[in-house]
Design a protein around this ligand. Structure first.
Ligand code: FE
Length: 353
């Protein structure tokens, strides 16, 4: 019997010849039915999302799930040898960063371009888009009902009004959610006016920035803060909670979809793109296209109480629906991602930690 290792050596030249023939004749060697996904999102409903893809296509998904920063770090370390095919991230600021770091390959797909609105994809560089939104969230204002009325904070600009002195709470301005938001304000108001606004917000702080969005909501409920910013899914998560303390929080707060009379409420996304070094590019494209299907859109949105990017898709989520329909800011997400550089300068100068 030939030892295994020797057998491997013997078989190898035959494979090389076959591949050479396939390339020379223009026949594409089929990819192995595998997809390596690096994802910064993980929710219960994502399991069904991935299982359905495998059932439909026979393509097995290997997942690495971690926070956005650890995933990016891992990709940088793996470099050209990375096995990753698709990278899913949260927030425009991070997607744009990954894009300018050259991690994504521009992708052209008639299906994705017809399903996903242009302002929710990376700018087409002539070869396609680096990433595509898979779900959307809004950044809204929550307020303490005993201290304020909705009319007091109908727009983001109101956060800088002197009448809100000692009432405003935010998370750190260096967090991607804040960079995207302050960047969008700069795009709308212009950098100089945005800086004046930022100084006004800082002058109104109830406390130095700290904690995540849920912490802001809870501090508004206790009255420590009069008003704060949060992504919608954190609010909806509390609305859906059966815990008595969460019900108590919800009973004390109101929310506002800001800027309905002007540019609309700030929107952000979760998004995904094919990696420049992806070993399974064809499978990766099939996966991205699958993510835009009605079925996958419903799973993605439901999993984190977000809205689908494909408008016709309906999500059965009464608490999410209770936020109502509202005017959304249609500033291109790619432009918001890019604006984070200006946003960092503005918050630095304004002393927004
Ligand atoms: Fe989040």
């Amino acid at each position: 019997m030939i030892p295994l290792r020797l057998a491997h050596l013997l078989i190898r030249p035959a494979l090389v010849v076959l591949t050479g023939w396939a390339l020379a004749s223009g026949v594409k060697a089929a990819e192995e039915p595998v997809l390596n996904l690096y994802s910064a999102r993980h929710y219960q409903t994502d399991e069904a999302l991935y299982e359905n893809f495998t059932r439909q296509t026979g393509i097995r998904i290997n997942r690495i799930e971690a926070g956005d920063e650890p995933l990016l770090e891992r990709l940088r370390n793996e470099g050209r040898n990375s096995p990753a095919d698709v990278l899913m991230l949260v927030d425009a600021a991070r997607l744009w960063r990954a894009q300018i770091d050259g991690l994504y390959a521009p992708t052209r797909s008639k299906l994705l371009e017809s399903r996903i609105p242009a302002h929710l994809r990376a700018k087409d560089d002539g070869q396609g888009s680096a990433w595509f939104a898979v779900s959307t969230r809004a950044r809204i204002i929550v307020y303490n009902k005993a201290r304020l009325k909705a009319a007091d904070i109908a727009q983001y600009e109101d956060l800088a009004q002197p009448r809100l002195k000692g009432m405003v709470c935010t998370r750190s301005s260096s967090h991607p959610y804040m960079l995207s938001f302050i960047g969008a304000m700069s795009e709308h108001l212009g950098p100089a006016a945005a800086e004046t606004w930022a100084r006004g917000v800082v002058a109104n702080f109830a406390r130095p920035p700290r904690g995540g969005d849920t912490d802001q909501i809870k501090a508004v409920a206790t009255g420590e803060c009069g008003v704060a910013l949060t992504n919608t899914y954190y609010l909806v998560r509390l609305m859906r909670s059966n815990k008595a303390e969460d019900k108590e929080v919800i009973s004390r707060i109101g929310f506002v979809m800001p800027n309905q009379a002007s540019f609309g409420t700030h929107m952000n996304i979760s998004g995904a793109g094919i990696l420049a070094n992806a070993p399974h590019k064809a499978n990766a494209l099939r996966f991205l296209e699958y993510l835009s299907s009605d079925e996958a859109q419903a799973y993605l949105a439901e999993g984190n109480n977000e809205w689908p990017v494909v408008r016709s898709v309906k999500v059965r989520n009464p608490e999410l629906e209770s936020l109502g329909s509202f005017k959304q800011d249609t500033l291109p997400i790619a432009q918001i991602g890019r604006s984070q550089i200006e946003a960092a300068k503005i918050s630095d100068r304004a002393g927004w930690r």
